[in-house]
Unconditional design. Structure first.
Length: 282
């Protein structure tokens, strides 16, 4: 009997193995798994945006130089355009001015973009989740830049000084004209949303809505035209950068789990009529 058992074990150990590929069941990721996955993407989009200038080519630097030259040209008419907008402020309906102020405020804007993301998260709608990730990551990246820039540049607002009046590292709000936070948050949201539609009329409508906050800040005499223009340019650059990152990095979490499952091999003893061996299933 001992010889028989030993013979069976030797046959099992040294029998040729065969691997059979079987379809894998794809499990639906939990809400918590999706949330962790998306948090990494949000942070990754922010890091990717800040690292982009280090990999710019000649065309990218040419575009950046063009924006700077364009802003310098607009600076020539900063005072005239500011006077024009402030003069016509009483002619604009209050509902538009209120929308521009409230939608561009951080607490309201993040409340809206956060709601978009959470809706996509709990319904497990990947397109809506991606839109929310794009909005939040882009707004955070651009928002941090504008927070630092306001303090470093210390540019006076139109109602508090001339266009060449600067007081760097000032804590006074009247020296926080550049860039425009309301412009950045509002336009980031609408521009990111517009990228989810292919219809040019829908895109144009969303971009137009995104311009309400920037114009409302000009009407209120809170920012110069160059503040708003450079804020818009910054917003477009950041949204495009995060969008490119998500195109490369954002895959379905269920697909990722399926790829992991395919790498695993399950070994089983297989007994059949007149034969036995080891089967590896992967």
């Amino acid at each position: 009997m001992k010889k028989y058992i030993l013979s069976v074990l030797l046959v099992i150990l040294f029998a040729p193995t065969q691997a059979q590929e079987q379809p894998q069941q794809v499990t639906t990721p939990t809400t918590w798994q999706l949330a962790k996955h998306d948090a990494k993407l949000m942070f990754g989009g922010l890091k990717y945006t800040y690292s982009r200038p280090f990999s710019w080519g000649q065309d990218d630097w040419a575009i950046a130089a063009g924006v700077v030259v364009g802003a310098a040209g607009l600076n020539i008419i900063d005072q005239q355009t500011s006077d024009f907008f402030v003069k016509h402020e009483p002619d604009v309906p209050n509902i538009l001015k209120d929308f521009g102020w409230y939608f561009g405020s951080p607490q309201n804007n993040y409340g809206i973009t956060g709601s978009v993301y959470l809706f996509g998260l709990f319904t497990k709608n990947e397109k809506i989740r991606r839109t929310g990730i794009l909005m939040i990551s882009a707004a955070s990246a651009a928002g941090l830049i504008q927070t630092v820039s306001k303090t470093v540049t210390g540019r006076a607002r139109p109602s508090d000084g001339g266009k060449f009046s600067f007081k760097p590292f000032s804590n006074e709000g009247k020296y926080h004209s550049f860039p425009s936070g309301h412009t950045i948050l509002s336009f980031t949201t609408f521009y990111a949303l517009s990228k989810q539609f292919s219809n040019p009329w829908v895109k144009a409508g969303l971009i137009t809505a995104g311009m309400i906050s920037p114009v409302s800040r000009l009407l209120a005499g809170a920012h110069w035209l160059t503040d708003v223009a450079l804020s818009l340019a910054l917003t477009v650059a950041v949204v495009e950068s995060v969008d490119k990152y998500l195109d490369k990095e954002m895959g379905s979490l269920s697909e990722m789990e399926a790829r992991k499952a395919k790498k695993k091999i399950s070994w089983n003893l297989k007994l059949g009529a007149g034969s036995f061996g080891i089967t590896g299933t992967f």
